[in-house]
Design a protein around this ligand. Structure first.
Ligand SMILES: Cc1ncc(COP(=O)(O)O)c(C=O)c1O
Length: 464
């Protein structure tokens, strides 16, 4: 007997839908295939400036960059509404891993256009929500991490909020948290306390006490490891039983793309294990970008992964946790987990990451990193005053430009933007410039063109 067919599957397979997808693909290819980097069109400039001004008025503050996308691009290239086409080396701070207007992605996203709902959430989960949760748990466990559950949500901040609720419920009586110096956790009231930037919590009430542990210093490896363990020890003995967990970014994102070897994290994790304090990896920026799907896998810290959050390139964010921490019903829920579009994209991206040769010492992420680094290092040898670094790992690339001061770095970013490369700052002392390229799209030629523009921009600024 034939399998009963769902109407939804019959609809997706309908020849008109299949044909519509082909027509969309063709139209997209025709309109985007000749996009190359270009300057703004003079005739669009006045309207563009007015639109930016109106947006600034409405938001209450101007945008960081004068960026209003037109809605089309090709690979790493993105068209703005002023007619310019730029290399997007920041991808919405790590979100657009497929780059812009990827035909294969547009193809699968057409299924979201004909799906019954725009959003999915607590009372409205479609099959994609299940499939994404299943893939994330399977990926998270592939080297043995004890993670059994996945709770989807709409933003990195919400994934971290959910993780904190799970942790506090799991550790009754705890009311503090441990984090690293220069941590970034997100923008909610609680997370702004864990984020180690006073200006991000200016005027906000203190919510949760945070004990900051110094991060690894590669110039003083042994001393910094000793200092970190000593600080942790001090906090654990000063506030016994008071910590819900230690939130760690294994590659600090906003903190400047600093990371540490296995031994540094393992020393802290062993202390935490002995004290019974859960270990919490915030992988919202690192997920997918290092030399393994999760940075804790690259660093072989799987056994310590008690709770993990992901976001950005996954399109839908998530909190992963083990059986022991399963929260009581009622603790976590929400109207929206994500849009159907985001969930279908998440499924597509997870599949590509798993099967696209991105990981390992010679995977695509490592190759992308090396291609940038070779150019940065060459430029440094010729002009040591222009560039220092590189820092980061895999698809997280950072360098310090000129004197690395916040003002000069902002100027470099502005000049790069005008010259056709979108990048962003990381860290504050010194300020580093980071690239989070679209890993599924960026080509070696694009990396070379970006490096050419970077070199010309730095040389010009240095000569001023
Ligand atoms: C490490 C880390 N945690 C949390 C967040 C917050 O994520 P979202 O901006 O999606 O709320 C970010 C965002 O930059 C991040 O880099």
């Amino acid at each position: 007997m034939d399998e009963p067919k769902l109407t939804a599957d019959l609809l997706k397979a309908d020849w008109r839908v299949v044909k519509a997808k082909r027509l969309l693909r063709e139209a997209l290819a025709e309109h985007s295939e000749n996009l190359t980097r270009r300057d703004p069109s003079p005739e669009l400039e006045a309207d563009y400036a007015a639109a930016l001004e109106q947006f600034a008025q409405l938001r209450g503050n101007p945008l960081y960059f004068p960026f209003l996308g037109s809605g089309v691009g090709r690979g790493s290239l993105v068209e703005l509404a002023d007619g310019s086409v730029k290399y997007d080396m920041i991808s919405g701070i790590g979100v657009h891993v497929c780059g812009h207007s990827m035909p294969e992605l547009v193809d699968v996203l057409t299924d979201a256009v004909i799906a019954d709902t725009v959003m999915q959430g607590n009372l409205q989960q479609n099959r994609e929500s299940l499939e994404v949760s299943e893939r994330l748990v399977a990926l998270a466990r592939q080297q043995g991490a004890p993670l059994d559950h996945c709770f989807l949500t709409s933003s990195g901040a919400m994934a971290n909020e959910n993780a904190l609720k799970i942790l506090f419920q799991y550790r009754p009586g705890s009311h503090r948290i441990l984090a690293f110096d220069n941590a970034f956790a997100g923008r909610s009231l609680v997370l702004s306390q864990i984020t180690d930037r006073p200006q991000y919590r200016a005027g906000l009430p203190a919510t949760i006490p945070v004990d900051f542990v110094p991060f690894f210093d590669p110039d003083h490896a042994e001393v910094s490891q000793h200092d970190a363990v000593a600080a942790l020890h001090m906090y654990l003995s000063r506030y016994p039983g008071a910590h819900c967990g230690f939130m760690m970014e294994l590659v600090q994102g906003e903190g400047g793309y600093r990371t540490a070897p296995h031994s540094f994290f393992a020393a802290l994790c062993q202390e935490l294990r002995q004290a019974g304090v859960p270990i919490y990896f915030d992988e919202i920026q690192t997920f997918g970008r290092t030399l393994a799907p999760f940075a804790y896998q690259m660093l072989e810290l799987d056994q310590y992964a008690d709770i993990v959050t992901v976001g950005k390139m996954t399109q839908v964010c998530a909190t992963l946790f083990g059986n022991a921490m399963n929260p009581k019903p009622g603790l976590l829920s929400q109207t929206f987990t994500a849009s159907t579009t985001a969930l279908i994209a998440a499924k597509f991206i997870l599949h590509k990451l798993e099967h696209g040769g991105f990981y390992g010492p010679d995977g695509r992420n490592a190759q992308i990193h090396r291609r940038f680094c070779i150019r940065f290092e060459k430029l440094h040898r010729q002009h040591p005053e222009l560039i220092r670094g590189p820092w980061g790992v895999g698809g997280m690339v950072a360098f310090t430009a000129l004197d690395g001061s916040p003002t000069v770095s902002k100027r470099v970013l502005t000049e790069l933007f005008s010259a056709g490369v979108i990048a962003f700052a990381a860290g504050s002392d010194p300020t580093r410039i980071r690239f989070l390229p679209s890993l599924l799209a960026v080509t070696d030629d694009e990396i070379d063109s970006v490096c050419d523009i970077l070199e010309q921009t730095l040389l010009r600024l240095h000569e001023e």
